[in-house]
Design a protein around this ligand. Structure first.
Ligand SMILES: Nc1ncnc2c1ncn2[C@@H]1O[C@H](COP(=O)(O)OP(=O)(O)OP(=O)(O)O)[C@@H](O)[C@H]1O
Ligand SMILES: [Mg+2]
Length: 514
């Protein structure tokens, strides 16, 4: 990780720039170095020009009076904030809009060297005395800023950071080991953040502005990006990046992390191998996709798998996999392909299994129908707070897609479609825990019947102490599922030892006797 995470970043912020700044020609540069770009009238050009002209402190806009290099808003803690901003802007002005067509990873070695040389050149003209180490840090930080994603760069490079959240230019949060924490890093100002957002979304052929102020996209490296800009986001642009992790957790990793026990994991692997239809429920970022990916290892190599996702995140190990990804409308609002169309198309591709990354709309009914018409072994995830809520949300998604189907018939469809619901929870400690493995046993009257097979129980009152865990590891409830014959029909036998040990039901009975 680069030093930028530990070193407090630029906290300075400019007040709103006066409109008159828009009309100003590019100012001349630091130390008399000439600008290589003229006023071409492009939006990006004007924005950078405006920012440059305002903030260098060297050249002032006629009539605006002298401006501080970086006014210290909310207490500037980076002693080099003003210096960084000055050099950053001078370099951007020298290099021109060519810089905004790529991310750091795409920049050629020549360009990286060119930018670094320019930064060194500007630094040498600075009267401020700098120690060697400081100079090195500054060169890295400013080059990152110019070529990459500015203050986000160290977090994007750091594999231990899984999520980066920007709430306006001066607030960056990160998630590490499942825990969210604020950072000292910040963008120079709102324009700086907008430039980085523009750069990110333009890389994937999207546009973000007042007329389309929201973008959800997958970066070429697989990371998921969501950006929202004013007027929708009230406190400046908001950017969320879920980083692509090249090494997805496998089931052994999940055992180590305490997400589920080996006993429960072996049971679930048998359920996947035995072609049960499984719904994984859980809150946002609870680890649903990660669990689905880990469980997918149990799918046989001889099966034809078709995955349908909004943003391709699954990393299946099998050979015979066809991956489909939905497509948002293009800049003209055309060409959208929704998950629903892909699920319908997948059914015509002779799948053995269909895996839908997440159901959140009209595709839910198609998925249910697929499960009920012989495409066994299908997997999907849903945002929900419990297994029961997962099924209720499934029902709601079908109803809100405008399908006219009697509630009883719909619930029967749901009960027949799913064999198992796995619920995953994100604990306040940042840990993820499978809290329920619940069988869908059928429908009685209008009710879908559920039966917990494994549960992670909250501590009992008399167990609460400093070392008490938020949720116990998964324990067998003592109930055997009804789908054992279905597993056996697929030549799968639940390994010995899975239905063993003190059962939750047994524990409760023992407690009741005390
Ligand atoms: N068992 C786990 N233990 C620790 N961290 C995990 C675990 N599972 C997932 N994570 C981390 O949590 C983040 C979210 O994981 P994942 O994408 O699987 O969640 P999700 O529930 O599918 O999210 P979404 O609701 O956005 O679809 C990832 O950064 C991942 O590395
Ligand atoms: Mg997911």
């Amino acid at each position: 990780m680069s030093d930028q995470t530990t070193e407090p970043e630029v906290e300075g912020a400019e007040a709103d720039l006066p409109d008159s700044a828009n009309a100003v020609e590019p100012a001349s540069q630091l130390s008399g170095k000439g600008s290589s770009w003229g006023a071409d009238g492009s939006g990006l050009h004007r924005r950078i020009t405006r920012a440059f002209g305002d903030a260098t402190g060297e050249d002032n806009i006629a009539g605006n009076g002298p401006q501080p290099a970086v006014p210290a808003a909310r207490g500037s803690v980076d002693p080099y904030a003003a210096l960084k901003t000055r050099i950053h802007r001078a370099c951007i002005s020298d290099l021109g809009p060519v810089l905004f067509g790529f991310g750091r990873g795409d920049a050629s070695e020549d360009l990286v060297e060119h930018v670094r040389a320019l930064v060194v050149d500007y630094l040498e003209r600075e009267p401020t005395p700098l120690a060697r180490q400081e100079r090195k840090h500054l060169i890295e930080a400013i080059t990152d800023d110019i070529l990459g994603y500015g203050p986000l760069e160290p977090f994007l490079k750091d594999d231990s950071v899984t999520e980066v959240m920007v709430n306006g230019f001066d607030e960056i949060f990160i998630e590490r080991n499942g825990r969210i924490s604020p950072t000292a890093a910040a963008f120079v100002d709102e324009e700086h953040l907008r430039r980085v957002i523009d750069k990110i979304v333009s890389q994937v052929g999207r546009r973000i502005d007042e007329s389309s102020p929201m973008v959800d996209a997958r970066l070429p490296d697989g990371s998921r990006v969501n950006a929202v800009v004013p007027p929708l986001s009230l406190d400046g642009p908001a950017l969320t990046i879920r980083k692509f992790t090249s090494s997805a957790f496998d089931i052994e990793d999940l055992y180590t992390l305490g997400t589920l026990t080996t006993q429960a994991g072996r049971f679930l692997s048998a359920c996947v191998a035995g072609r049960l239809n499984i719904l994984i429920s859980g809150g946002s970022g609870a680890g649903k996709t990660t669990l689905m990916n880990a469980l997918s290892r149990a799918i046989g190599d001889d099966e034809r798998i078709i995955t349908v996702e909004d943003a391709a995140e699954l990393k299946l190990q099998q050979r015979h996999v066809v991956r489909l990804e939905s497509r948002p409308p293009n800049i003209e609002g055309r060409g959208e392909v929704r998950i629903r169309e892909l699920v319908r198309n997948a059914l015509r591709m002779r799948p053995d299994r269909i895996i839908v990354g997440e159901v959140r709309g009209a595709e839910t009914l198609d998925m249910l129908q697929a499960m009920n018409t012989g495409h066994e072994g299908s997997l999907t995830t849903i945002h929900a707070n419990s297994p029961r809520d997962g099924l209720n949300r499934t029902e709601m998604l079908v109803l809100t897609s405008g399908v006219d189907i009697p509630i009883r018939a719909l619930r029967e469809q749901i009960a027949w479609a799913f064999d198992l619901v796995i619920h995953v929870t994100r604990l306040v400690s940042g840990e993820r825990r499978v809290s329920h493995i619940t069988e869908v046993t059928g429908a009685e009257g209008e009710m879908v019947q559920l039966q917990d097979i494994f549960v992670a129980r909250p501590p009992d009152e008399d167990e609460i102490g400093p070392a008490t865990r938020l949720l116990s590891p998964l324990e067998w409830t003592g109930l055997r599922p009804h789908f054992m014959t279905k597993l056996a029909a697929h030549n799968v036998i639940v390994p010995p030892g899975v239905f063993a040990g003190p059962t939750v039901v047994g524990v409760k009975r023992a407690q009741a006797r005390r």
